[in-house]
Design a protein around this ligand. Structure first.
Ligand code: AKB
Length: 314
């Protein structure tokens, strides 16, 4: 079989998508591409590449006979505001390189968009699939531009490129880095380590979230879906759970005591510009998307797995 290449393979999503792809398609069929954060002793096919690097990517495509790319490299919303120019350059140039090389080499592409594509003028409750996209962050601007670029390449070059708008992803294997939704992960670490968490958004902040296993399942299912059934070539809305920080803290407190205080910073404005909940009925209709984890199940698995992780570290 032609092989699968994953960029950003050692980030939050890549660290869990790569093992899932290996499990499904075979250890030797997945090439993990990373830069600074390649773990020592990583088992499997790995390549080092600092993106954007069109020539470097092209030689990996040829060397490994690549048939599918999951292009996950991206700066996120909070870090993106510290380096907006670099965020545009990295997010957009690396996507354009992937799309161009994929047209030339007949490669199927997955590229993640995000709820960051939405902005303060978007309806915030049950945000529709097709709606106003006027984000206020550079990360969000790259997501809107990227969605349109993907759709353009599909229409113009018949490139099979597929995408979802991820909500905040909650996971325990690798901490997220540089996102606005990071509080929903950090609270678990602090609950177990110190029993206290100072949250950088207000207690009534609500954002759409999803447990990692659902995100990985949704990603692979979309890539496996019958192309004739796909009606969206920008990016599919994808939803699972929405909760306030208070509701999250209450769910954690049923199992582990955590005292939460609030000190909102510049990420509050970003959170306030994003939806509270998402209408993902198009994904549910087109390719049978469904999530498995509700708030309580997600909290239970996060606490159990993080406890094991911390015990292993001691
Ligand atoms: C972020 O907070 O920037 C990301 C996202 C929602 O895309 N987690």
């Amino acid at each position: 079989m032609k092989k699968i290449l994953v960029t950003g393979a050692f980030g939050q999503i890549g660290s869990e998508l790569v093992p899932a792809l290996k499990e499904k398609f075979g250890q030797d069929n997945v090439i993990a591409v990373g830069n600074r954060n390649i773990p020592e002793g990583f088992k499997g096919l790995v390549e080092k590449l600092r993106m954007p690097d069109r020539d470097g990517l092209e030689s990996l495509i040829k060397k490994h006979n690549i048939g599918t790319i999951y292009h996950l490299v991206s700066l996120l919303s909070a870090t993106g505001e510290e380096k907006p120019g670099f965020t545009w350059d990295l997010n957009m140039q690396s996507l354009k390189d992937v799309l161009d090389l994929s047209v030339e080499n007949k490669i199927k592409v997955f590229w993640p968009s995000s709820i960051a594509a939405f902005g303060p003028t978007t309806p915030r409750v049950e945000t529709p699939q097709r709606t106003i996209l006027e984000p206020t962050t550079m990360y969000g601007v790259t997501k809107v531009a990227g969605e349109l670029l993907c759709q353009y390449y599909f229409n113009k070059f018949n490139l099979d490129v597929r995408s979802v708008r991820y909500p905040g992803i909650i996971s325990y294997k690798t901490p997220p880095g540089g996102g606005t939704t990071d509080y929903a992960v950090a609270i678990f670490y602090e609950a177990l380590k110190t029993g206290k968490y100072e949250c950088f958004v207000k207690e009534d902040t609500v954002l759409p979230m999803m447990y990692m296993d659902d995100a990985v399942k949704g990603t692979i299912d979309l890539m496996e879906a019958d192309p004739d059934k796909l009606t969206i070539r920008t990016s599919y809305n994808l939803a699972a759970i929405s909760f306030t920080v208070t509701q999250l803290a209450e769910a954690i407190n049923k199992k582990v005591k955590v005292e939460v205080t609030y000190k909102p910073d510049n990420r509050q404005a970003i959170a306030d510009s994003w939806p509270k909940s998402i209408d993902d009925s198009t994904a549910r209709e087109d390719w049978d998307w469904q999530h498995d984890y509700d708030l309580d199940r997600m909290v239970t698995v996060m606490l159990t797995e993080l406890k094991k992780k911390f015990e292993g570290e001691n």
